[in-house]
Design a binder for this molecule. Structure first.
Ligand code: FAD
Length: 462
């Protein structure tokens, strides 16, 4: 559907903001319910997305590594949202089944009990928690194909998509949401709205919730670096679990540091958010690098007088962008330890060669707060006792990697906000931090709508 100006769309039951996993799974849950559904996204269709990793059909999931973490407490906490452990695990199972239906691979990682027990033991002796997670790995190049199939299925079932169209505001009257306003001046009137704008829309969501007094709380953010090592250093770990999660409490500051989004033989990628740059990582099924990368992140929670973690994170990202001359900063761990910046010559001679081309060799301690840099060095040195070589001088650190999943909308167990008819799902509302949990919150929001509109919940067996 093309872009229409100042058009008023009528007769919709449900409008979903965002075509990411949360939005698509919500739409999928609502089909067969005799509801008129439209999904609006500021980005393009899967085939037309040209290097835009954050926006468009499939959302940030489309070009993601596509690692499905099959646990309700990774990437959010579904048990807390559902107030029920069993339901939380069932949701994960349902999401997984849908992924399998659209072409997710059968192979499961992270289920070798004996090896996991041994790794857990080794980590525990270092005061590190290893989290065991069954995982499926779609791969960045296969994910778009899966998403395309999923979207075709939705279209076949009468879900409409309005792409290349930014949502500007909600239409709220008498504390009830009656639709949305588009940035081209158009409007969509609907009985229910699910807002699922993802990480790219988190700042917009935060502003708009302020404007309409939508209840929210500032959650924590994660600030840190992307670590890159030779893949041989981590092969024995990534064989056990493709995306191993190690949780560390640092001694110096008692801060929580963790590994996140590991890409075995993957690539580091640059991310752009409006005026700031950051880093991320991905793995391709068809192409391998010599390296493995993972995020190493410090949890930052602020209390009085400054609770706005998004603003704090943005100011760190801005500083890092300035220091890096609008490129991610790259530093060898050995240089960081010795308090000196990295230079191109040193990087070119380094044992580990960067998989990202577009970087500035520099000094991460000029960009990230001292406390975070201290946590990163301490955490990596601890991890080195479980994964020897991970804290070598030649280990590469890219900064900044910041996860903004901050403003968490307050919702009830049906995902409805304090504004009637306005439901929230996914990363942009602070309710999830990963593909599986985002999708699950989308399903929960859709079920909330089914409940309110007197529709039956979909049968689980498909
Ligand atoms: C490079 C990368 C790798 C990742 N790897 C993994 C991984 O391996 N495993 C994992 O579990 N997670 C991974 N993630 C995270 C995962 O992609 C997200 O958790 C997930 O996509 C969140 O789903 P969502 O539906 O909430 O939001 P998103 O997927 O971000 O989708 C939100 C959509 O809303 C649209 N939108 C935002 N604001 C507006 C607006 N105002 N108007 C209209 N449209 C709007 C956006 O264009 C976007 O398409 C990765 C993320 C990135 C960026």
């Amino acid at each position: 559907m093309g872009k229409k100006h100042e058009k008023e769309y009528e007769g919709y039951d449900v409008v979903i903001i965002g075509a990411g996993p949360a939005g698509m799974f919500a739409a999928n849950e609502l089909i067969d319910q005799d509801l008129k559904i439209i999904v609006v996204d500021q980005g393009k269709d899967v085939d037309e997305r040209n290097g835009d990793i954050m926006s468009g059909v499939g959302g940030a999931g489309t070009f993601s590594d596509g690692t499905l973490n099959l646990r309700p407490d990774i990437g959010g906490d579904l048990s807390e949202l559902t107030k029920n452990q069993k339901i939380a695990w069932e949701l994960v199972d349902e999401v997984d089944k849908i992924f399998l239906e659209f072409g997710g691979p059968d192979k499961l990682y992270g289920i070798d009990k004996k090896k996991i027990k041994e790794l857990k033991r080794k980590a525990a002796t270092e005061d590190i928690r290893f989290i065991e997670i069954p995982q499926r790995h779609i791969g960045s190049d296969k994910t778009p194909i899966l998403i395309k199939k999923f979207k075709e299925h939705l279209i076949k079932n009468n879900v409409e998509f309005l792409l290349d169209t930014k949502v500007e505001d909600f239409i709220i009257e008498d504390n009830t949401c009656r639709g949305i306003k588009l940035s081209d001046g158009g409007k969509i009137n609907a009985k229910y709205v699910i807002t699922a704008p993802g990480r790219i829309g988190a700042y917009w969501m935060s502003g708009i919730s302020e404007k309409h007094n939508i209840e929210k709380q500032f959650g924590p953010i994660d600030v840190g670096v992307r670590v890159e090592v030779s893949s041989i250093i981590m092969d024995h770990i990534t064989k056990i679990n493709r995306d191993p999660k190690f949780h560390i409490q640092t001694k110096r500051y008692d801060d929580f540091v963790r590994t996140f989004c590991t890409n075995h033989r993957g690539f580091v990628v640059k991310e752009k958010y409006n005026d700031v740059v950051g880093v991320n990582g991905h793995a391709l099924r068809g192409a391998n690098s010599e390296n493995t990368n993972f995020a190493f992140l410090v949890r930052v929670q602020l209390t009085e007088p400054v609770e706005n973690t998004i603003k704090y994170g943005k100011s760190i990202a801005k500083l890092a962008t300035t220091i890096g001359g609008k490129k991610p900063i790259l530093q060898r761990l050995g240089d960081l330890r010795r308090g000196r910046r990295s230079h191109m010559k040193g990087i070119l001679q380094n044992l580990v060669q960067p998989t990202l081309d577009d970087y500035t060799p520099g000094d991460i301690s000029m960009a990230l707060p001292h406390r975070i840099v201290t946590d990163i060095i301490e955490g990596l040195e601890k991890l080195n006792n479980v994964i020897p070589g991970v804290a070598s001088d030649s280990t590469l650190l890219y900064a900044p990697e910041i996860k903004f999943y901050a403003t968490q909308l307050q919702v009830d167990d049906r995902m409805e906000t304090n504004i009637k008819g306005l439901f929230a799902a996914g990363d942009g509302t602070g309710l999830s931090r990963g593909i599986i949990t985002a999708a699950a919150t989308g399903i929960l929001a859709a079920r909330g709508i089914c409940f309110l509109s007197g529709k039956k919940q979909k049968k689980k067996k498909r």
